[in-house]
Design a protein around this ligand. Sequence first.
Ligand code: SF4
Length: 286
Amino acid sequence: MKINLSQFAGFCSGVERAYEIVSALDISKVKKPIYILGSLVHNPEVIRRVEKKGIKKIDYKKLLHSKVGEIGTLIITAHGVGPEVFEIAKKKKIEIIDTTCPKVAKVQRLAQVFSKRKYKIILIGDKGHKEVEGINSWGEKKAKIISSKKDLGKLKFSKNEKIAVISQTTQDIDFFEKAGKFIKKKNSKAEIFSTICYTTHDRQEEIKKMAEKNEAVIVIGSKESANSTRLFEIAKEKNPKTYSVENAGQLKKTWFWGTKKVFITAGASTPSWIIKEVAKKLAFSL
Ligand code: SF4
């Protein structure tokens, strides 16, 4: 079986940066106990490595109700958070290690600036997603979040309203462009900012082509990872023999009967060692 490996598979620069910051952390010099708000990346293997360093996971509710001294240091993941987390940390004397991806930080700034200028912010993104919630918080939680065509159809605004359109970094580029055109048609002055990350864009463009050129597609990534899920959806539309796995152990022989060419890609939160394991298992025909 011929294996075609994505040229973009694996950690994106934002996740790589966050992982390097945490890996290089000298625990002896950091105020303890150390917590991380959510998962560094949606990958169980990476989560285990972080825990091994003595870093525990915490959620927003526990952070909010923690007493002064219960948390020494808080790590913010690449997805970023809203300003309220920094305010809580300040009040509770918690040190912050901020690994927010610079590209996510840029969208947060846009939300903040346009909210202050009294624009209506339309945020194309998945409702409830951590990055989207954080961006919305910087926009004073007033953004209209558009996750589907249905949401778009329900969107109400006048042609004279001041509108800024921004996007979750891992959004589907086609949907973002369609949404932008739809809004612009109704309000020609709407300001559209393409804030989709190129890493995501490149992976999406590649998989559209490769899903048609290969007999089967494997997308490696966690079910919780928005960009892995998006890759899976795009490929599945083009090629019904598209499968999603988190590791090599989840591959099934039956998926590849009679298959001569398979394409492997991975979400931005998938480490290179897992991609290698999957490729190796497939190369030896499982
Ligand atoms: S996908 Fe792009 S925006 Fe998101 S963390 Fe990675 S580099 Fe940053």
